[in-house]
Ligand binder design. Sequence first.
Ligand code: CFM
Length: 539
Amino acid sequence: MSIDPRIVKEELIQIYPKKLRQKRSDAIAINHVGEDGTVPEIKANTRSSPGIITQRGCTYAGCKGVVIGPSRDILSLVHGPIGCSFYAWLTRRNQTRTPTLEDQNFINYCLSTDMQEENIVFGGEKKLRVAVKEAFDLFHPKAIAIFSTCPVGLIGDDVHAVAREMKEELGINVFGFSCEGYRGVSQSAGHHIANNGLFKHIIGNNETPHDDKFKVNLLGEYNIGGDGFVLEDILSRCGIKQISTFSGNSTYDTMANSHTADLNIVMCHRSINYAAEMMEKRFGIPWMKVNFIGAEASAKSLRRIAEYFEDDGLKARVEEVIAEEMGAVEATRAIVKARCQGKTAMLFVGGSRAHHYQQLFTEIGMKTIVAGYEFGHRDDYEGRKVLPGLKVDADSKNIEELDVVPDPERYRARRSPEQLAKLQAMTEMEFKDYIGMMPEMDNETLVIDDISHHETERLLEIYRPDIFCAGIKEKYAVQKMGIPCKQLHSYDYGGPYAGFRGAINFFNDIDRMANMKIWSFVNPPWAPKKEQPAEVAAD
Ligand code: CFM
């Protein structure tokens, strides 16, 4: 069945009032990849319209929950009303391990200043100071991070002044984030604020040297459902030393030591590209986009890392690891592909997974017909080449841009610009680059930014895809319409899905969901009775 995407687009937006119709029209692109790789422009990273029921989260969620939260021994203290903490408590499946009994792990805790009306009226700094002290006395952490929620910004509490004071008094690293929920148009602003904080307060604080030959940091990997564990295993078997991860299964010390690495490999471009750029400017560490979602994609990423280090031993080791893993992947893939070939998927996730997971569907013959991010920017859709032309609007201006210069003692260019250009030309490596989602999607597919609930429902009615990928907020509305919904934030308690073993898990899970017959029986009492398929009626 082929449906003209122009008619679908019209159908999605026709119900809206005029101004909203125009706004949503700009956020819906019909993909077309030109000969030179150009794609249509899409409007992204602008304010959601009230009432559309956005999938987005807030700036505090992006800073505390996404980027800093997964680090196990930084004590996160939320300055705000208790709800902001309670609803962010253990809701993201970022896993961690404590290798020894001495290791601290605060991930299960939920610390809040529990602001009351009185604090809103008279100020909350005093309460914050007491809370930092109490947290220190209880846990003796290496570092305490303070996160601001909306009312903190509105009443003007200076969390940074309190952090400086307490750092002095307690003798540990204490730092604050002005990541009030309203600070940006989505959680994306919180990523940027968190990256700035990592850079100002953590990276470069630990000078432990390593004499390993191949040293990398894995950036933008948060160990959801154990993805990070899989990647740690693969990299170490290849003989690649992972100095730190930002920030799945990480510690304060490893992140503080990350400037000693020789390459930054970036999984989630959206959430961490700022830190990658700043580390290159200050320390001379090049960054390279990788993708470990999908077996083919993982193999390609490993080969690129090996090319960067220009070492035959490493290249051989990488090939061995790929060969060890691929047999099992191919065995499952062949079975699942035969059952899933030709089925369709829609993906509406965050700021990178709606792109990365298309690869896994492709590997089992499934086609992504519509996709979109919640809070991606134009570069996540169209590629970083659009960056110079991006207009900086008032909302983006709200977020500090750090002025980064080479560190006078510690800057060391790991590769010359000529070397990088040579590597880039030879291996299609994307140094300091990300080509975005749209160039890898088929022509005439739909790309929708910050999709509304109405648009979601109409899409499902029109296309009836075999699987819809989104989050918990969408899941049951979608399934009530008789279409299976795979959560790609939490993985529905499943996973890991990264690397080779992750691909096997994903293939099996999608096979189960997309081929489950139960969905075709969903029949609300008001609808005319459906014929049961013959093979079921005969049972
Ligand atoms: Fe990056 Fe993420 Fe994502 Fe993200 Fe997220 Fe997430 Fe996500 Mo949920 S950091 S942008 S803010 S890959 S929590 S681990 S799944 S929306 S697509």
